[in-house]
Design a protein around this ligand. Structure first.
Ligand code: ASP
Ligand code: MG
Length: 429
């Protein structure tokens, strides 16, 4: 008996059958004596389809209107799901993000939650109803306009609500059985992780693992809220995202490894690389460039700057950013080209990023050497490198990325003996 927040992703509620299956699962949790709050995503690929529709009427949809359009996807789901639950003889009430008290700032398309005041949700569950909340959306505190939290944002809605309601657990239902050591669509031998720490999950999410939204993990860590990632298509225990691995945790194949060195390998094809050629090597120049990028609200990832050539005093700076922000990024740089005085801008969107993540990296030397040796054996050239305490990321050619991912997974003995990963749904879009 407790308070559970459950989140169902788009592939779990892709059609009427899916809605009914999920409704039965929610009712089972309720029957087990729990108070249940459900956060739901838009059905299947609805969000992508709505974006395509917007782009078909205008090349540049206005942020306010695009958010209004996209939030409709989750409203469809929440109402249908409530109906399906009612049909099973249980009371369910649906709420928009705004009704559920999800208050955000006013940045359309990637609003941040600044407060959650779930009075109506608390009231509904206190009265014995199941509350269904539309994910991915909120209302801006100052403009009072409807906002969205960014792609995949329903996870964040769920964790934010769970924290505000002081839930016992937040269950994230998806189309795979949990968090895997790699994306099973690319590495069929990926294994399911029993546990993953908040910090590892943050690195994995930032590195492009799509299973959880980055901000949802930040939120869970801040409130020390356990997340259970599992499939809505099977009864299997999933992956627990928690503060620490349990004592004696090991991923290794019956080895005597004290702790897995690497928990997972993540790959990402969503980034592009910009190279600024011939940048004067003077104090303040890099600050000027990255201030301009920041002012345009563009999130950059890796940065590499060469040592300047002694004869010219010029250097090259490369950085990666989401492909979707590539044209904004280049436009910003073109605007300051005269003032900063660099030679040219190169844009490359055929790169891929591969990351290794593991808390065990801290205390085990040689991880980089093993990683790079595996890349060399696979014939993969490394173009950029960045590291944190528990992560190593490299940029390679996009065409090499899948091969590189498999090679890294094998090199760290993560391959499962039998195929563990079943992809139950979703179009992988
Ligand atoms: N429907 C939104 C998306 O597809 C939010 C979500 O699924 O979490 O990005
Ligand atoms: Mg979705």
């Amino acid at each position: 008996m407790g308070l559970i927040v459950q989140k169902y992703g788009g592939s779990s509620v892709a059609d009427a059958e899916g809605m009914k299956r999920v409704a039965a699962r929610i009712v089972a949790s309720k029957k087990a004596g729990n108070q249940v709050v459900v956060v739901v995503s838009a059905m299947g690929d609805t969000t992508d389809e709505l974006i395509e529709l917007a782009n078909a009427v205008t090349p540049i949809p206005q942020g306010r209107e695009l958010d209004m359009l996209l939030t409709a996807g989750e409203r469809i789901s929440m109402a249908l799901l409530a109906m399906a639950i009612n049909n099973l003889g249980f009371e369910a009430r649906s709420f928009t993000g705004s009704q559920a008290g999800v208050i955000t700032n006013s940045v359309h398309g990637k609003a941040r939650i600044i407060d959650v005041t779930p009075g109506r949700i608390q009231e509904a569950i206190d009265e014995g109803a199941i509350a269904i909340v539309a994910g991915f959306q909120g209302i801006s505190q100052d403009t009072k306009d409807i906002t969205t939290l960014g792609r995949g944002g329903s996870d964040t809605t769920a964790v934010a609500l769970a924290a505000a309601l002081e839930a016992d657990v937040c269950e994230i239902y998806t189309d795979v059985d949990g968090v895997f050591s790699a994306d099973p669509r690319v590495v069929p031998a990926a294994r399911k992780l029993k546990t993953v720490t908040y910090e590892e999950m943050l690195e994995l999410a930032a590195a492009g693992a799509k299973v959880l939204h980055l901000r949802c993990v930040e939120y869970a860590r801040r409130y020390d809220l356990p997340i259970h990632v599992r499939s809505s298509f099977s009864p299997n225990e999933g992956t627990w995202v928690v503060a620490n691995h349990p004592e004696g945790y090991s991923l290794g194949k019956g080895t005597n490894m004290e702790q897995a060195i690497i928990s997972g390998v993540a790959h990402d094809k969503s980034e592009a690389k910009i190279t600024i050629v011939g940048v004067p090597d003077r104090t303040g120049v890099a600050a000027r460039i990255f201030q301009a990028i920041a002012d345009a609200d563009i999130n950059i990832d890796m940065i590499v700057q060469n040592v300047s050539a002694a004869t010219t005093g010029l250097t090259d700076i490369s950085f990666t950013l989401p492909k979707s922000e590539g044209s904004d990024g280049t436009a910003v740089l073109q605007r300051i080209q005269g003032e900063v005085g660099f030679a040219s801008i190169l844009y490359d969107d055929t790169i891929g990023k591969l990351s290794l993540v593991g808390a065990g990296m801290r205390s085990n030397p040689g991880v980089t050497a093993t990683f790079f040796a595996a890349m060399s054996e696979a014939g993969v050239n490394i173009e950029m490198i960045s590291t944190s305490e528990i992560r190593i990321s490299i940029i390679v050619r996009e065409a090499d990325l899948d091969r590189a991912t498999k090679a890294a997974h094998t090199a760290f003995q993560l391959d499962a003996d039998q195929v563990e990963a079943v992809v139950y749904g979703g179009t992988g879009r």
